[in-house]
Design a protein around this ligand. Structure first.
Ligand SMILES: [Zn+2]
Length: 96
């Protein structure tokens, strides 16, 4: 949960896609929520929790504020390599 400081070892393990709806009990579908936030996810109205394929958890509050957490060690996709120098060089005027 964004902003929650409860250690994962003291949290509930929760299915991102509910087990009752066919969500697998697998790392890609599990996240750690403290009991308080687990209850908010399960029972409070207007909250949205989305566990993305890359492990990020997107939480939206009833007021529409959205926050994203990333699993430890997660890094966004690296930027693409810069273009080769030949691609940046101006055209040769003698060959035009
Ligand atoms: Zn929490």
């Amino acid at each position: 949960m964004p902003g929650c400081r409860r250690r994962a070892g003291r949290c509930d393990i929760d299915h991102g896609h509910p087990f009752a709806d066919g969500g697998p009990t697998a790392c890609a579908n599990l996240c750690c929520l403290c009991r308080r936030h687990h209850r908010i996810k399960t029972f409070a109205r207007g909250w949205s929790f989305s566990l993305l394929d890359d492990g990020r958890l997107v939480v939206r509050t009833p007021s529409g504020v959205s926050r994203t957490t990333r699993p430890p060690g997660w890094y966004p996709d690296p930027e693409p390599d810069p273009p080769e120098l030949e691609e940046l060089a101006p055209p040769d005027p003698l060959q035009l």
